[in-house]
Design a protein around this ligand. Structure first.
Ligand code: FES
Length: 112
């Protein structure tokens, strides 16, 4: 720490800002190496949010999911939904792997 730095400044991680335009149609992305670890960062109903990047179910990266029309964050693997305000899971896993975006035709062996 130099004399001109505030206490603790040299220990803080540098977090790169994300432009809203860089979020794409999913409206969420992963930001690595924050002081809280990797985060799922996005926009829901015009408001920014940041949640843990790991789904409670099988630890998929939530930042690779999408924000739904009703403003929840949807897990990319089994479509669990998270309230972006509280971080609570509001809908559990939907029973099968559903890569996002969904395949255009049914995959052999997967019940729909
Ligand atoms: S890993 Fe997220 S719902 Fe399964």
């Amino acid at each position: 720490m130099s004399a001109s730095e505030p206490p603790g400044a040299s220990e803080q991680a540098v977090v790169r800002p994300i432009a809203v335009d860089d979020l794409g149609s999913s409206q969420v992305t992963v930001v690595q190496d924050t002081p809280h670890g990797a985060l799922a960062v996005g926009i829901s109903a015009g408001k920014p949010f940041a949640l843990s990047n790991r789904c409670r179910h099988l630890y998929a990266e939530l930042g690779k999911g999408r924000v739904t029309d009703d403003g929840c964050l949807e897990c990319p693997w089994h479509r669990a939904l998270y309230d972006v305000g509280s971080g609570k899971m509001v809908r559990g896993p939907q029973g099968y792997s559903n890569p996002w975006p969904a395949p255009s035709r049914p995959q052999p062996g997967l019940a729909r």
